[in-house]
Design a protein. Sequence first.
Length: 132
Amino acid sequence: MHPFINEQMAQMHRQELLGEATSARSAGQAHTRAQGKSDADRLYRGRWGLIFGLPVLPSSTNEAWLRYRMRATIRTVGFGAFSLGSLAGSLIGSRFGLLPAAVFSCIACLVITLPVLARLVIGMKAHRPYES
């Protein structure tokens, strides 16, 4: 048996899957265009821009690459916040006790969440698509 047969078979299977994915994506886009949902898709993508104040990127950008970068960024920020929160919580817990640490964490979560919710409400009021 050839030593690279498994690699060759894997490469052929990958090419097969890529072809199927391309045809499925094309069929999905044709179906979306036939139903006229392009505006709804644009509004869905724009919703995240309204929530976090991010620009809405055109659909010609490589969306898979952006999705992977967004996941990696969220994961990195999340791990950093988790480690800093654990460090701060253990420091406060060892010096002042459990109750002040829990109260401090609740206040920090509230302080972080309120501006995001306020921006969401303001953005939703400014962009009402179905108002007559």
